[in-house]
Design a protein around this ligand. Structure first.
Ligand SMILES: *[C@@H]1O[C@H](CO)[C@@H](O)[C@H](O)[C@H]1NC(C)=O
Ligand SMILES: *[C@@H]1O[C@H](CO)[C@@H](O)[C@H](O)[C@H]1NC(C)=O
Ligand SMILES: *[C@@H]1O[C@H](CO)[C@@H](O)[C@H](O)[C@H]1NC(C)=O
Ligand SMILES: *[C@@H]1O[C@H](CO)[C@@H](O)[C@H](O)[C@H]1NC(C)=O
Ligand SMILES: *[C@@H]1O[C@H](CO)[C@@H](O)[C@H](O)[C@H]1NC(C)=O
Ligand SMILES: *[C@@H]1O[C@H](CO)[C@@H](O)[C@H](O)[C@H]1NC(C)=O
Ligand SMILES: *[C@@H]1O[C@H](CO)[C@@H](O)[C@H](O)[C@H]1NC(C)=O
Ligand SMILES: *[C@@H]1O[C@H](CO)[C@@H](O)[C@H](O)[C@H]1NC(C)=O
Ligand SMILES: *[C@@H]1O[C@H](CO)[C@@H](O)[C@H](O)[C@H]1NC(C)=O
Length: 461
């Protein structure tokens, strides 16, 4: 997602007339075909996106490495290696448990019944932050792997190897390969994971993009030990993901939860070399959930029904696009595949861009617009016009502009280069404000009194 800070950075760049490097933004999900990057056959309009990727790689690395051991509390199993998170919209109702004045937070977590308030984030949710740490490591390795591919500099690939080892493989710090304690609802009956917790690891599609890039690009730092270790870890995790009751509940979820489950499973099957299984997984999605997710007018009714419909439409679109990109990697093209209502992913995007975001942030939709334009084309320029009008002149600086090509830059890249040449200062305007970072950054800002309404607009769940 983008943030208000990235808009400030964009505005500042107009003043200085130099190409902006956008502040960091965590996309809901994506899958990048390694062949696309390794070919290095980049359009000249992607120069600013490339600069952004290098800046994000360093910015994210400054906070690594990450591990499930960093949380203060262990999962109910007593094993800190077990991944753990709390369901974001669940709140304690202590009204019936007597005088709670002296209950510590830890006692409240197990004593008071918890109730759901859809769309309202419980502010203590990131007291245990395995979900934020996983988001960070997935992004850090993504941009460092891309930076390695762009520059050939081993510092980037070394970071990827280190971060993967710490999160998945090293005995002292590794995560056990299950989500038995993902999105616990808490309270006396909520001390176990729920199916929605499987969503926490949706960005495995980014992780797999990284592995394929370093493998196929033959990065020296991506050793056979690391590759074999991660393949072994993933084999165990796939067994959990295809066998555990809550994992199968998530697979059956009709809305974005189901779509993201397929992102994760298909990507991981590719990682372990099971391309036939991955293809079957995607085929299953496109013949089940996909068939009813897009209405005749392009709406996504299951997402529109939620409390933050603009977010959820963009969110499920990102998951559908990721499934389609995974399919394309396997030679299974679904871009023209129609739902039961005769609609495609393009129809869902075309509908989403006609709507007003209301009190929600609009920018989560932008990477989807560029991705769809890159695949289906944009003959009448309506998608690039949308980007010019809503995202402004900085949109070609966004990282995903590199791998979602061809897409018009609306002349902004040449104009900004020209302007900075004329000014004699062909420099980028810097990496923006670290406070704009998504998951961790936003929650930390929240802890300092950031308004909850803005928080709910920025975060996905
Ligand atoms: C998280 O854990 C890793 C591995 O132990 C450690 O290197 C890193 O410093 C920890 N990060 C924080 C913020 O504590
Ligand atoms: C609740 O417990 C606190 C601390 O022991 C005490 O000061 C307070 O009076 C109690 N409130 C009620 C309503 O009993
Ligand atoms: C927690 O879930 C696991 C499977 O995910 C199950 O084996 C276990 O019985 C559950 N525990 C409780 C207390 O419900
Ligand atoms: C393979 O993964 C299993 C389960 O995580 C683990 O117990 C085992 O040590 C791993 N083996 C190797 C060779 O990495
Ligand atoms: C993937 O599945 C589709 C749909 O069943 C099929 O047409 C295609 O041949 C499969 N591709 C591979 C590589 O298995
Ligand atoms: C969809 O089908 C049309 C007609 O066969 C074809 O020209 C187009 O390239 C296809 N689009 C995608 C994105 O595959
Ligand atoms: C990219 O190349 C085209 C064709 O040579 C040129 O017209 C355009 O100005 C170039 N754009 C940039 C940003 O350099
Ligand atoms: C580049 O700058 C020159 C001189 O200021 C101007 O004439 C030209 O129109 C500019 N080109 C673009 C693409 O902005
Ligand atoms: C945003 O707008 C919707 C629809 O108008 C409303 O139901 C919701 O309460 C608003 N949310 C916030 C956080 O203001």
């Amino acid at each position: 997602m983008y943030s208000s800070i990235s808009l400030l950075a964009a505005a500042a760049s107009l003043l200085t007339l130099s190409a902006p490097v956008l502040s960091f933004t965590s996309y809901a999900n994506d899958f990048i075909d390694p062949k696309l990057i390794l070919s290095k056959d980049f359009s000249n309009v992607t120069v600013d996106a490339q600069a952004t990727i290098l800046a994000w790689a360093d910015e994210l690395a400054a906070e690594g490495p990450w591990s499930v051991m960093n949380k203060t509390y262990a999962a109910p199993s007593g094993n800190k290696h077990d991944y753990m998170s709390w369901a974001p919209y669940w709140w304690p109702d202590c009204s019936k448990v007597g005088n709670t004045t002296e209950l510590t937070p830890q006692q409240i977590w197990v004593t008071c019944p918890y109730v759901v308030k859809d769309g309202q984030f419980n502010p203590d949710g990131r007291t245990v932050d395995d979900v934020g740490e996983f988001d960070d490591i997935a992004n850090a390795i993504l941009y460092n792997a891309l930076a390695w591919a762009l520059t050939g500099t081993s510092e980037y690939s070394s970071r990827v190897a280190q971060y993967v080892s710490v999160w998945f493989l090293d005995g002292d710090t590794a995560m056990t390969p299950n989500l038995n304690y993902g999105q616990m609802q808490r309270g006396p009956t909520g001390q176990n994971g729920t199916h929605t917790g499987i969503l926490d690891l949706k960005c495995m599609a980014k992780v797999v993009s990284v592995v394929l890039l370093l493998r196929e690009g033959k990065a020296a730092e991506w050793t056979s030990d690391i590759d074999a270790g991660l393949t072994n870890w993933t084999t165990s995790y796939i067994q959990w993901l295809t066998g555990a009751g809550i994992a199968l509940e998530e697979k059956a979820a009709p809305n974005n939860h189901g779509t993201f489950y397929y992102n994760q499973l298909a990507a991981l099957q590719i990682l372990v070399g099971d391309t036939t299984g991955a293809n079957q997984t995607l085929h299953e999605y496109f013949t089940t959930q996909y068939q009813w997710q897009i209405a005749a007018n392009g709406d996504q009714p299951l997402e529109t029904a939620r409390t933050r419909p603009y977010h959820y439409r963009a969110y499920n679109l990102a998951a559908m696009i990721t499934n389609a990109k995974l399919g394309e990697y396997l030679g299974y093209s679904v871009w023209n595949l129609t739902t039961g209502k005769g609609t495609t992913i393009k129809d869902a995007l075309d509908y989403a861009i006609t709507l007003s975001p209301g009190n929600e942030t609009a920018d989560e939709l932008w990477p989807n617009v560029v991705a769809v334009g890159a695949v289906y084309g944009d003959p009448d320029g309506s998608l690039s016009n949308f980007m010019s009008q809503h995202a402004g002149s900085s949109y070609p600086s966004d990282a995903q502009f590199l791998w979602n090509q061809p897409f018009s830059d609306s002349g902004f890249v040449a104009a900004s280069k020209n302007a900075s040449d004329n000014a004699g200062a062909a420099q980028h305007s810097g990496t923006g404000n670290g406070a704009a970072r998504l998951c961790r950054g936003v929650w930390e800002t929240f802890a300092m009194g950031f308004p909850g309404a803005i928080l709910t607009l920025l975060l996905a769940a």
